[in-house]
Design a protein around this ligand. Structure first.
Ligand SMILES: C[S@@+](CC[C@H](N)C(=O)[O-])C[C@H]1O[C@@H](n2cnc3c(N)ncnc32)[C@H](O)[C@@H]1O
Length: 438
């Protein structure tokens, strides 16, 4: 298959309308990924960029709305204002982007969708003109200071970060409110990292290797200086490369699969780590996933990366039960458990809007049930790698301590533990256990 062309984009006013509707759906409790997945290819890039920035700048945009609108506006107008103000704030912080009059004009146009139209247009016009004077003032006047912490977090989440990371929590939040860079994993079956970096530079896409993370050497990670649509990456459709955060790339390296080993990826969709394991070795792979809709993505990814073979089985099943298992034990198990995803909010800024405090306990129980069952399916001398993309200790270190206390045959090996998010990686937790022999 040949690489396709970048899709045509949308007029800004239409994109703002769709983005405001998407924000409304997130506020009502829907995942932004699900909402974006329903868009046409030409709509997605711009709407994704607008919605991500809107959610990242939620606190600041609402301070401004409150300042200029004494009575809270109807939700659809509030969400359109938030999209437009995020555009102002983004332009203010990176000096790029749209001129103030364009943002006002396009936002007013997109009010044609709302009833009563004249009321919405009047309010949007008045508020955005005032905001524009603050954020993009005339030459020589003082600029609105960029806000270090503009991301929304529910109070229980903020309190947990403060308590667990008293020194690092503020820097972590500032980091997570920034646009996340695009990180690639080069498919080691097709190219070395150096070879692929040359291909990128021939295509005019500057990049740099990420050599290590948490003291562990990364052989395939590349950071792009400016993100590009994946369709523009050389060989993307023939499987040369995948988009995968540097923190996520540690999983396959830590599990270190070998040819001929029987490996279980217990919570596999969409298959990023399954694929990485298969790029490293000809192992016999069982990729298990509970969610039928997500299961299909595993096959799609393996096909694109040319990793499908007789050695790979993709199964729908519940990792906390044995019903799907043929009884043959595994040499290695990757348990990338369902979790709060609190470590990946830079790439999923809707998560703080969707999580509830009680979810953490529920997730903890689910993780324990999967850990308990997975351990029974592991060979003596086998390895189990427990992973979450969370920064809450309840889903990380507390689980590892609980697990070791419950299983006298579990030997804890060296692994990074809690990794906090930085500009090149999301937040992850890693614990590695070896099953002592009989
Ligand atoms: C963190 S994601 C896995 C990401 C994947 N390892 C990757 O790198 O692409 C966790 C996955 O576990 C699945 N899941 C949740 N509960 C499960 C269970 N009881 N058994 C199997 N899969 C489960 C979720 O549907 C989700 O796809």
């Amino acid at each position: 298959m040949t690489d396709q062309k970048t899709p045509r984009s949308l007029p800004l006013s239409e994109a703002m309308t769709i983005a405001a509707q998407a924000i409304s759906e997130v506020i009502e409790g829907r995942s932004l990924t699900e909402v974006l997945d329903q868009l046409d290819a030409h709509e997605r890039p711009i709407v994704q960029s607008l919605t991500f920035d809107t959610l990242r700048k939620w606190v600041r945009s609402h301070e401004l709305i409150k300042q200029f609108v004494p009575k809270a506006p109807p939700p659809e107008v509030d969400h359109l204002l938030s999209v437009a103000i995020a555009l102002f704030l983004q332009s203010n912080s990176d000096g790029k982007g749209y001129a103030a009059h364009t943002i006002v004009d396009q936002a007013v146009r997109s009010c044609d969708e709302y009833e009563p139209t004249m009321y919405a247009k009047g309010m949007v016009n008045a508020v955005l003109r005032k905001v524009s004077l603050l954020v993009q003032p005339p030459e020589g006047e003082k600029r609105y200071p960029p806000d270090p912490i503009s991301m929304f977090l529910p109070p229980w989440w903020r309190a947990s970060l403060k308590k667990n990371y008293p020194k690092a929590w503020q820097a972590m939040l500032i980091q997570q409110a920034q646009r996340a860079p695009l990180i690639l994993r080069v498919n080691a079956r097709q190219y070395t990292r150096d070879e692929y970096q040359s291909l990128l530079s021939q295509a005019g896409i500057p990049s740099q290797p990420i050599e290590e993370l948490a003291g562990i050497k990364l052989n395939s990670a590349l950071l792009l200086h400016a993100p590009v649509p994946v369709v523009e990456l050389p060989g993307f459709y023939s499987g040369a490369v995948s988009v995968q955060d540097a923190g996520a790339q540690l999983a396959a390296i830590l599990l270190d699969p070998q040819a001929g080993e029987r490996v279980l990826d217990a919570c596999a969709a969409p298959g990023g780590k399954t694929a990485h394991l298969l790029e490293l070795a000809d192992c016999e792979m069982v990729a298990l996933e509970l969610d039928g809709a997500r299961l299909g993505k595993i096959g799609g990814n393996l096909d694109r990366l040319r990793l499908h073979s007789d050695l790979v089985r993709v199964i729908r099943g519940d990792a906390s039960k044995a019903a799907w298992w043929d009884g043959k034990p595994f040499d290695k198990i990757l348990l990338d458990a369902p979790c709060s995803a609190s470590g990946i909010v830079a790439r999923h800024p809707d998560i703080p809007f969707l999580r509830r405090e009680a979810d953490i306990w529920t997730l903890q129980q689910r993780q324990r049930a999967i850990l308990t069952q997975a351990w029974k399916m592991l060979n003596p001398e086998g390895l189990l790698l427990y992973v979450t993309c969370s920064v809450f200790p309840e889903e990380g270190e507390h689980q590892a301590i609980w697990f070791a206390a419950e299983h006298s045959n579990a030997l804890r090996l060296s692994a990074p533990g809690q990794i906090l998010p930085t500009e090149v990686n999301d937040g992850f937790y890693y614990a590695l256990f070896k099953k002592k022999g009989p």
